[in-house]
Write a protein that binds this ligand. Structure first.
Ligand code: ARG
Length: 463
C-alpha cells in the first residue's frame, strides 16, 4: 500500500480514527472532478519538468514521472483506471496511481505544491479549453443567423415595442440584433479568458514555497498569459469562474429572449415562422399539436445557468482567505454551465437552419397594426408641419382607417387629404411597408441596403 492509500484510512499519523463512510462520501469530489484529469496531468508534468530544471528533483525522477503519467493517461483513456472514492479527488487518485507505478519519483511530484494551487490550476486550464470551444460555437451560431438574415433581408416583420406593432423592420435586421448580442458574448468570453489564463501553481498551500520554483517557466509551458502575483489570492480566487458563469448567463439570456420570440412566432396566433419538425415534438393527447420544445427548454435552462451563477457568487461570499473546502463546490455548477451552454449553442445553430419564414403572415400583421403611421407623420413633417401636429393628424387618420377596417395605405387620397391638404399622391410610397423600410437608411437602420452592409461586416469579422 502506498502512503496515499493509507492516508485515505486516516490522513496521517496525526489522525486516531478513520473517516466514516458518510463523511468520505460527503467530502469526496472524485466522481465529478475526474473530468479535470487531462488538466491535472498537464499541470503535473509542467510542475515536474520545472522541478527538474531547477534541480529540486533528479532528471531520473522526471523521466519516471513522465513515463508513469503516460501510463496513467492510457489507463484513463481506455477506461481501465480505477477511480477510488477513498482517494477523495482527481488529484490524489492520479498521484496515488503514479506512485504505485513509479515508486519514490511519484512521491516527489508534490514537492513545492499543494492541492490548493493544483486544483486552481486544473480548473483554469480546463475552463480555458472550454471557453475556446464556446467561442467557436458562438461564431457558428452567428454564422447560422447571418444565413437566415441574408435569406430574409426583404421580408417585412412588424417590429414591436411593448409587444404592440410599432414599425416595419426587415426580418434580416431582426436576426442581426441577435448576431450583435452573440458577438458581444464572444468578446466577453475572450475577455474572461485573459483572467482565467493565469497560473496559480507555485502558490502552494497559501504562502508560497521554500523551493526555488520558476513559476514563469511553468506558465509559459502551460500556455498561460501570466502568473497569479499573490499566493493567498492565487489559491482562493474563484472570480474567474464567477465571471465566466456571468458571461454564460448573459449568453443564455440572449438565447432565452430569442426562444421567447420563436415560441410566440410559431404559435397559430402569430404564424410568422415554422420550425422544422425535427426540433419540435407532438402531444400525447392532442394530435394537432407541434410544440417548440427546443426553444422552450433553452428558455428553461437559462434559469439553471443563472442559478449556477448565484451558487458560485454565494459560495465566495464570506470565505476568509485563503483556500477553504467550500471551493470544491465550484465544480458542479461550472461543469453544468459549460455543458448546458455548449449543447444549447449547438442546437440553436442547427435550428436556425430549420426556420422558415411565413412572409405573408408577417406583412399582414404589419398592415393590421398600422406599422407605417410614423411614416405618414414624417411625410407631413417634410411638407412643413411641426412633428407634434403631424402626430395628431395621423392619429385621426388611423382612427378613421380603423373604423373602416383598412390600412392607411388603403384609404383613398381624397380621404387622406381631409386630414391634411398637404397630402399628395406621393404619400403612397412612404405608406407602403417597403417604402417605410427603405426610408430607414441610417447606419444601424432597417433599410435592406443597411442590413446587407451589416451582413457583409459580420461575415468579414467572423471569417
Ligand atoms: N478537491 C479539492 C477542491 O476541489 C482540492 C483541493 C483540496 N485542498 C484541501 N486543502 N483540502 O477544492
Amino acid at each position: 500500500m502506498s502512503q496515499l492509500d493509507q492516508k485515505s484510512e486516516a490522513w496521517s499519523a496525526l489522525f486516531s480514527e478513520p473517516m466514516s463512510d458518510l463523511v468520505k462520501r460527503y467530502t469526496a469530489s472524485v466522481f465529478f472532478d475526474k473530468r479535470l484529469w487531462q488538466a491535472d496531468i498537464a499541470g503535473s508534468l509542467a510542475h515536474a519538468a520545472m522541478l527538474a530544471r531547477q534541480g529540486v528533483i533528479a532528471q531520473a525522477d522526471l523521466a519516471a514521472i513522465q513515463q508513469g503519467m503516460a501510463q496513467v493517461r492510457a489507463e484513463i483513456e481506455s477506461g481501465a483506471f480505477e477511480w477510488k472514492l477513498d482517494l477523495e479527488d482527481v488529484h490524489l487518485n492520479i498521484e496515488a496511481r503514479l506512485t504505485q507505478l513509479v515508486g519514490d519519483a511519484g512521491k516527489r511530484l508534490h514537492t513545492g505544491r499543494s492541492r490548493n494551487d493544483q486544483v486552481a490550476t486544473d480548473v483554469r486550464l480546463w475552463l480555458r479549453g472550454e471557453i475556446d470551444l464556446i467561442s467557436e460555437l458562438l461564431a457558428g451560431l452567428q454564422k447560422a443567423l447571418l444565413a437566415l438574415a441574408e435569406q430574409n433581408v426583404d421580408v417585412v416583420l412588424p417590429g414591436f415595442t411593448h409587444l404592440q406593432v410599432a414599425q416595419p423592420v426587415s426580418f434580416g435586421h431582426h436576426m442581426l440584433a441577435y448576431v450583435e448580442m452573440f458577438a458581444r458574448d464572444q468578446e466577453r468570453m475572450a475577455d474572461v479568458r485573459k483572467r482565467v489564463n493565469r497560473l496559480p501553481l507555485g502558490a502552494a498551500a497559501l504562502a508560497g514555497t521554500t523551493y526555488p520554483l520558476d513559476r514563469e517557466w511553468v506558465a509559459r509551458e502551460l500556455g498561460m498569459e501570466g502568473v497569479c502575483q499573490n499566493s493567498l489570492d492565487a489559491v482562493s480566487d474563484r472570480d474567474f469562474a464567477i465571471e465566466f458563469t456571468a458571461a454564460a448567463s448573459l449568453v443564455m439570456v440572449h438565447v432565452s429572449r430569442m426562444s421567447e420570440e420563436l415560441i410566440l412566432w410559431m404559435s397559430q396566433n402569430f404564424g410568422f415562422i415554422r420550425i422544422a419538425d425535427r426540433f419540435t415534438t407532438g402531444s400525447s393527447i392532442m394530435p394537432q399539436k407541434k410544440n417548440p420544445d427546443v426553444p422552450e427548454l433553452a428558455r428553461g435552462k437559462t434559469g439553471r445557468v443563472v442559478g449556477h451563477l448565484m451558487a458560485l457568487i454565494t459560495l465566495m461570499k464570506g470565505q476568509p482567505l485563503a483556500y477553504n473546502k467550500d471551493n470544491q463546490e465550484d465544480k458542479e455548477p461550472l461543469f453544468d454551465t459549460v455543458d448546458t451552454l455548449k449543447d444549447t449553442l449547438r442546437i440553436f445553430a442547427e435550428m436556425a437552419g430549420g426556420i422558415t419564414v411565413q412572409r405573408e403572415a408577417m406583412e399582414k400583421a404589419a398592415l393590421r397594426g398600422y406599422a407605417t403611421a410614423t411614416d405618414l407623420a414624417d411625410y407631413l413633417v417634410k411638407k412643413g408641419l411641426p412633428f407634434r401636429d403631424a402626430h395628431e393628424v395621423v392619429a385621426h387618420a388611423v382612427k378613421d382607417a380603423q373604423a373602416k377596417g383598412v390600412d392607411l395605405s388603403e384609404l383613398p387620397l381624397a380621404d387622406l387629404q381631409k386630414f391634411n391638404p398637404a397630402i399628395g399622391e406621393d404619400v403612397f410610397g412612404p405608406l407602403s411597408l417597403r417604402g417605410s423600410l427603405n426610408a430607414r437608411n441610417t447606419l444601424g437602420g432597417t433599410a435592406p441596403a443597411q442590413v446587407r452592409a451589416q451582413i457583409a461586416r459580420h461575415r468579414a469579422r467572423l471569417a
